[in-house]
Design a protein around this ligand. Structure first.
Ligand code: 0X9
Ligand code: ZN
Length: 703
């Protein structure tokens, strides 16, 4: 069962918008709720979630969560008054970060226009000074391939989008027009989520960088001699086209919709997230997505969240089974053609490293997407990725370049069905999600330049350098496997594997199938992924629990209403995970609690608070409390003569049990083929970092 709510998202706003689109003047009554609705400005807020339970509660509200989250907060887009209502009723505290996203996009557009007017050529590899449209991407992919056909080839992905668009990519590497010759593949993806425009820009710029610098830059030349790079800048072509062209500048609240009311929440599709699925299982009539999306605030109610549609852990926590939710996972694993495209790309090649770009939050996320203690389909905790150390090490190299945080996907919130959770667990190729940029889905364009090339302390590095580090990992034989030997000249070699992968709700069959052609020297070297899927490998299952390190109690009372009492508390220990403060009293009383950190100049910064209603006890948790002085403030909110006990406890998380769960050993089936006829078949077991030799003598004899 998905933890997300079944809250119906068809709001009053949506209904009014639909009427307005249909040319009907909405007859709004005078109720204040409706008046609020009409005036609601879509906004970005920071919701306080100091505990895991708070995060789970927030996830159940079905709101549009961003990946901008930390130990004790998550940023959320409120599209309409219904969203705001849901948040208010949850009791979770919040601050407004961007009070009016439409005004913000108008401002951003002004910055963009000024930048484009003042810039002849930006420092980006392409020299562009403004966000691309879908047509720009398609033109650029065609032209870039045409400029240097020896090293760049446009590719057409096998499935058209739901709205009938063709999805293109570009393949870059030495002698790219020739058949595969066993080099490892690096894949860079953008725009799974429609509104995350920089995610496509950075992918496209990296393609320009590689194509332009092959032959002149020794590092890039060396890398492209040893690999192939496949860039698909726009995975969600339909969604992006809508987000980019429909609504970013339209503030419908200024439109007179019949003389009585002005409209509305995020109009148009500037903040659309998902794809163009309108009804599950049905190919929508082309163009219906635009109309259907306009009836949903921000256009995000319509569609499948493409980053929940992959098979890995599909149907588990952090993805919704409710169509209108922002994280709707789709009717089944890989139900969406846009995701079948990526699946077939990665299943049809030996992709040893993959990055999927998103915005925003300055993060490099690695598998897995769910907390390791989460009980999976097999009744066992999911655990850490078996390659945790190596994944973390590459993450650290990349974040040294872009300045982002290097963390697991689950450290923000649980997700299942994401790109890298499938690709890593099914193929063993390293996979990451990049959350580009600090604070916006599509910031002013100059920020895109900075994110690519690096700025400030990261000038000259940035994501350009992070992608190069990933490409270096893709060709590093220590992190993948190599099969080599003798084989007939010109023979086709094929590696196949087929397996059933359990999801949270059933299973699906995955097939990996890639080929290479043996060169004229009668030898082959094939850079491949390990034969055993990480998801079935031996794993170490560790259960961690918070354990108290030290606890201190204070007694207090009586006080008068409105009076507060401060209790000093000092954290002397370093590396503490959580400071938990509990306030308890004999019933019935109403006291509140605030926690402050004392700054060097004696001033106080609030780091936690708790203000429940009468008789509910107060508790607040402060993540990773820095050593120093704190003030624990007890406030008499509405009590006659209370007495209370205040307890501050420091917790560290410690491994309480650890168990080695034995896994499986899986094989590749290697075949040697002539004109489609199999002349030899071998089973090959090979691990990450291993090199095995398989001479295909039988194939040579029968050639
Ligand atoms: O939720 C998502 O799909 C991604 N964040 S976003 O704000 N761009 O939508 C993050 C997915 C990656 N996270 C994990 N693998 N856990
Ligand atoms: Zn995203």
């Amino acid at each position: 069962m998905s933890p997300l709510s079944r809250r119906t998202r068809v709001s009053a706003v949506a209904a009014v918008a639909a009427l307005a689109l249909a040319g009907v003047t909405p007859a709004l009554g005078g109720s204040s709720a409706q008046a609020d609705t009409a005036l609601f400005a879509p906004r970005l807020v920071t919701v306080d979630t100091p505990t895991r339970a708070d995060k789970e509660l927030l996830q159940r509200l079905g709101l549009d969560l961003t990946e901008h989250a930390g130990h004790d907060y998550v940023e959320v887009v409120l599209h309409d008054a219904t969203d705001l209502d849901a948040l208010l009723h949850s009791g979770l505290g919040y601050d407004v970060r961007i009070p009016d996203l439409i005004a913000r996009s108008v401002q951003n557009e002004q910055v963009n226009r000024a930048y484009a007017a003042a810039t002849l050529e930006s420092p980006l590899p392409s020299g562009r000074d403004a966000y691309r449209t879908l047509a720009d991407y398609n033109d650029d992919l065609r032209e870039l391939a045409a400029i240097r056909p020896a090293i760049a080839k446009r590719i057409t992905l096998p499935h058209k989008s739901l709205d009938g668009r063709t999805v293109y990519g570009i393949e870059i590497g030495r002698n790219v027009q020739a058949a595969e010759d066993g080099r490892p593949v690096f894949v860079l993806l953008g725009l799974h989520h429609a509104r995350e425009w920089p995610s496509g820009e950075l992918a496209m710029e990296f393609a320009y960088d590689l194509v332009q610098n092959y032959g002149t830059d020794a590092r890039i030349t060396g890398l492209l001699d040893r690999s192939r790079v496949v860039v698909v800048p726009v995975v969600n072509v339909d969604g992006f086209e809508l987000s980019r062209t429909d609504g970013s500048l339209v503030d419908l609240r200024e439109v007179d919709a019949g003389g009585t009311v002005s409209l509305l929440g995020t109009p148009g599709n500037a903040y659309k997230r998902k794809n163009c699925r309108v009804v599950d299982g049905q190919d929508p009539i082309d163009g219906t997505c635009r109309v259907a999306s306009a009836t949903s605030p921000g256009g995000y109610g319509v569609g499948v969240d493409l980053n929940r549609n992959y098979g890995g852990f599909w149907g588990g926590p952090g993805a919704s089974d409710v169509f209108a939710d922002p994280t709707y996972r789709g009717a089944g694993p890989f139900s969406e053609p846009e995701i079948q495209n990526v699946r077939e790309l990665i299943s049809g090649r030996q992709v040893t490293t993959m990055i999927s770009n998103h915005t925003f939050s300055n993060l490099v996320l690695r598998p897995n997407g769910v907390h390791p203690d989460t009980i999976g389909h097999d009744g066992l905790p999911v655990g850490n990725a078996p390659d945790e150390e190596a994944l973390k090490a590459l993450g650290a190299r990349m974040t040294a370049a872009n300045g982002y945080r290097n963390i697991h996907g689950w450290e923000l919130y649980d997700t299942t069905g994401t790109t890298e959770d499938w690709s890593y667990n099914a193929t063993g190729g390293f996979g990451y999600t990049f959350e580009i940029g600090p604070d916006e889905f599509h910031p002013p364009f100059p920020k895109v330049v900075d994110e690519y090339l690096g700025a400030g302390a990261y000038a000259g590095k940035g994501n350009r350098e992070a992608y190069l580090a990933a490409l270096e990992n893709a060709v590093d034989t220590a992190t993948h496997a190599v099969i080599s030997g003798k084989a007939p000249k010109g023979a086709t070699l094929r590696l196949r594997k087929e397996f059933s992968t359990p999801t949270w709700e059933g299973s699906f069959t995955d097939r990996l199938n890639s080929t290479m052609k043996v060169g004229m020297d009668g030898r082959y070297t094939w850079h491949v992924n390990q034969s055993t899927r990480p998801v079935v490998q031996d794993k170490l299952v560790e259960i961690t629990e918070d354990q108290p390190v030290r606890s201190q109690s204070f007694q207090g009372g009586p006080t008068t209403v409105g009076q507060s009492v401060d209790h000093p508390f000092t954290v002397t220990e370093t590396g503490i995970d959580v400071l938990q403060v509990d306030l308890d009293w004999p019933t019935p009383d109403d006291l509140d609690l605030e926690v402050y950190r004392k700054n060097a100049d004696g001033s106080l910064t609030e780091v936690g608070s708790s203000g429940n209603s009468v008789n509910e006890k107060e508790q607040t948790q402060i993540g990773a409390p820095a050593p120093g002085d704190y003030v624990l403030r007890v406030i008499n909110f509405a009590s006659i003569a209370p007495s209370y006990t205040l307890t501050a406890t420091l917790f560290d998380s410690a491994v309480v049990s650890s168990e080695e769960v034995p896994g499986l050993i899986e094989t590749w089936t290697l075949t040697c083929e002539k004109d489609g006829r199999v002349l030899q078949r071998e089973s090959v077991v090979v691990d990450r970092g291993q090199q095995v030799r398989v001479d295909l003598a039988e194939c040579s004899r029968r050639w």
